[in-house]
Design a protein. Structure first.
Length: 301
């Protein structure tokens, strides 16, 4: 089955480089999925005997994590390869990293097509790395998150809403410790790329993302959203049709973002940013009529 090695100065595991954010957690068990050549009748313990579906790997990983007290503090890994698998993810892998491998045509990450609303209780700390999420023709969020998805992170992923009239890539309500880091969004999302609805958030981070083409806002935060501690929107590039960052809650720190709106800044605030100026620094936005810095120098009202 292979294992850990250190050749040519780069540590690998089963031939996969372990660098930076894609560092494998060695504390738990490892499973493999190849949606083209795999079989859910396999053991799923190597690339030679991979599972076919992500759902099978999630089910086996969750049984493994819950199996005994000495595994509960561990973190499993699922290596995932596919052209594109069509699935609605209803259950997340508990305490597990899902790491996309291989290529989907010209895309350097595997594809998952569908709309996902995980509701199964007990899944915590799931992280997706390097996965291409694609929408269908359904006019709904690609991901609908609730308190059942505590600690969910998307790192270096693609959210492709080109197909259909998709409302958002991610809609979250009371989804604590949510992090969206270094991801790419494309498509005319009708409401926003990311929408945070009424409810409590804890240490939510939206950082280092590139967002193209929303027909609504870039990032939308409901006025009833509360942040126990640490809400951060930082270093994102956003191109949208209305408000680049619309934080009606006034709870988020908004730092170092760049945005372009196709609307005039003077039209109902479109092209502007809405938020607490005391929580903002070093943001630059361009509307159809002007470019401006937010907050403006000296603005503390």
């Amino acid at each position: 089955m292979g294992g850990y090695s250190f050749g040519a100065g780069v540590p690998t595991w089963n031939g996969i480089p372990m660098i930076g954010a894609f560092q494998k957690d060695f504390s738990g068990s490892t499973y493999f999925v190849d949606n083209n050549s795999g079989s859910d009748g396999n053991k799923g313990d190597s690339w030679e005997k991979p599972f076919k579906t992500l759902a099978k790997a999630i089910a086996i990983s969750n049984i493994n994590i819950a199996g005994s007290a000495n595994r509960w503090a561990r973190r499993n890994t699922i290596f995932y390869a596919a052209d594109t698998e069509t699935v609605a993810i209803a259950t997340l892998p508990n305490k597990c990293d899902v790491i996309g491998c291989g290529s989907y045509n010209a895309n350097t990450m595997p594809g998952i097509t569908g709309h996902h609303a995980p509701t199964a209780a007990g899944a915590q700390g799931t992280r997706f790395f390097n996965v291409w999420f694609q929408s269908t023709g359904v006019a709904s969020p690609m991901w609908t998150l609730t308190s059942a998805t505590a600690g969910l992170q998307f790192i270096g992923c693609m959210f492709d809403g080109v197909v259909g009239t998709v409302t958002t890539a991610i809609t979250a309500t009371t989804s604590t410790f949510l992090k969206v880091l270094g991801c790419y969004f494309q498509g005319a999302f009708a409401t926003a790329n990311i929408s945070l609805a009424t409810g409590a958030l804890v240490e939510c981070e939206i950082r280092g993302n590139t967002m193209y083409g929303s027909a609504g806002d870039g990032i939308l935060i409901n006025s009833g959203t509360t942040v126990s501690y640490g809400g951060l929107i930082k270093d994102n590039f956003i191109r949208c049709a209305t408000i680049c960052i619309n934080d009606a809650s006034g709870k988020f720190y908004i730092v170092g973002n760049r945005g372009i709106s196709t609307a005039d800044d003077g039209t109902a605030g479109a092209g502007n940013v809405v938020g607490n100026v005391k929580f903002g620094a070093d943001n630059v936005f361009a509307g159809n009529d002007k470019t401006f810095i937010w907050p403006a120098y000296g603005a503390m009202a």
